[in-house]
Design a protein around this ligand. Structure first.
Ligand SMILES: [Zn+2]
Ligand SMILES: [Zn+2]
Length: 245
């Protein structure tokens, strides 16, 4: 039987998984230009901005100080990225981490965040989910980013930590919930790992995840990091759900 993991090898020449151009990277340059054009995004939540503001209206009027100070996203969670992310997460194709990390590195402001030499940590999965999937896609993204950055910017290395956070228990499915309901749903969902909490005080921590929808997961995880003494928290996500979805 063909193993899905070995069937997908993004380092080898193949066809574009979107338009079938050959030979190509997993997503060809033309498809990246077409489906992931560089767009101005809110510095705080990565929502696409209609004009030349720095932050979106929602972030501008938010009364509380956000736990995540800066958020960068590479693409909108829409065609073709939604389907490719589903393959990355649900069809045992962790190799997508490499092309996704490449796109994250090209997104405006990613370099600026990584140049501060943050401690880069993934949003963790629950133990049950990790057992089913066999890998945490967010950690795969962190590792791919680290490898690309080390090659590109060897003089400014950043540290990574797979288990800075632990996910406490199962949280009910969030798909149909709005931001407030998601925040309630996630209350207490994350904690700093007791064995690694000593690495957090005073650090700029950069959270990495594959997708953000309302930002509730990033916010809750960032609160746990700040409580453990992190100086500030930023986030890098591959895809952000457009506000109207
Ligand atoms: Zn293509
Ligand atoms: Zn915003």
């Amino acid at each position: 039987m063909l193993d899905a993991r070995s069937a997908f090898a993004p380092s080898l020449p193949g066809t574009c998984q979107v338009c079938a151009a050959w030979p190509s990277q997993p997503v060809c340059e033309a498809c990246i230009q077409r489906f992931a054009p560089a767009r101005a995004r809110c510095l705080a939540c990565a929502a696409v901005l209609p004009d030349e503001q720095l932050v979106c209206g929602a972030c501008h009027t938010r009364p509380d100080a956000p736990a995540v100070q800066r958020c960068v996203a590479a693409v909108d969670y829409a065609y073709p990225w939604d389907g490719l992310i589903a393959r990355f997460k649900f069809r045992s194709e962790p190799g997508w981490a490499q092309p996704f990390a490449q796109q994250l590195l090209s997104a405006p402001h990613t370099t600026e965040l990584l140049q501060t030499q943050p401690l880069v940590v993934p949003i963790p999965l629950t133990a049950t989910r990790l057992g089913e999937r066999g890998y945490n896609q967010a950690w795969e993204l962190v590792k791919a980013l680290h490898a690309l950055w080390r090659r590109r910017t060897p003089t400014l290395p950043f540290e990574t930590l797979a288990t800075a956070l632990v996910r406490l228990g199962e949280t009910p499915d969030q798909h149909s919930l709005g931001r407030e309901a998601r925040l309630r749903n996630l209350r207490g969902a994350f904690a700093a790992h007791p064995s690694h909490a000593h690495r957090l005080p005073g650090r700029h921590v950069l959270l990495v995840d594959d997708v953000t929808t309302t930002g509730a997961t990033l916010h809750t995880a960032a609160q746990a990091l700040l409580q453990a003494g992190a100086d500030r928290v930023s986030a890098l996500v591959f895809a952000r759900t457009p506000p109207n979805r």
